[in-house]
Design a protein around this ligand. Sequence first.
Ligand SMILES: [Ca+2]
Ligand SMILES: [Ca+2]
Ligand SMILES: [Ca+2]
Ligand SMILES: [Ca+2]
Length: 295
Amino acid sequence: MKKILFLFIVSLILHSCNDGDIIVTTFNFDDAELKSCGNVGNYVFYKVNPEALESLSLKLGVTDSIYKTAETKSYILNGTTNFVNYRTYDGILGTTYFCSSIPPTSPNVTVDYLAASGTAEFATTFVYDDNDGVPEEKEFNGDTDGDGLPNIYDLDDDGDNVPTARELDTENADGDNDPFTNPKDTDGDGIPDYLDADDDNDNVLTRDEDKDMDLDPTNDVSDTSVGPDYLNPAVSETYEITQYRVHTYKIFKSVKITLKNVVLINGEEEITQETLTMGTIENVETKDKTIRPEL
Ligand SMILES: [Ca+2]
Ligand SMILES: [Ca+2]
Ligand SMILES: [Ca+2]
Ligand SMILES: [Ca+2]
């Protein structure tokens, strides 16, 4: 999967309430990787710029499973359970500074801004992998067999109980070592086998040419000189199959975090940011799914 590098450059304007002076400063989290730890009830997101001995961190005491769905969620910063800190230190932060259960005693915090208002926006995106040999961008954008699993994460796209991976160019007939190019089309009807529910065009669904009814049509062979019955138009016995095989797929989840309308406060000093991009965490969560779709 692609790694996306987000450059993180933020210019801040500090307003000093005491004398009306405006101090302009820049802090720079270029190349600082957004990291996270914790879990439901106590999420921590942080990035550290070791050169300037500074950090930007977000604590979220929410009970949501943040990455459950591919959508954008907003959490209100309230200063107690949900808040942002911008801090500087008198020394380099250890790698476990933000994630240890006992707060580290060093380095010391030298400047501490707290944001108790604004929102933290979480944009979660999913990448699916059904490991079926069809590249995600080449999958049909829909649900060929209507089993509720879109082709991008359906390992049996035509629902014939023969996995897509076994219906491509499995013999490497074209010699290019890519099973997706020139996929098999046994009956020559112009529909490749992996999208064809009746692969031999004998008017019996491949799924029903399953004599031992074990949800695997590939092991039912009446004539060994031809091959499995579902690829042999001379054999057209039908068995009433009422189930799909079990399907598995993976979801790789990534999240982009953006702070909106945050007001960082340190005593009488305020830093206001309309939009502050914290960054993206690739593969923040990976899920293995197992499901038997309804036939
Ligand atoms: Ca499907
Ligand atoms: Ca698929
Ligand atoms: Ca098929
Ligand atoms: Ca057939």
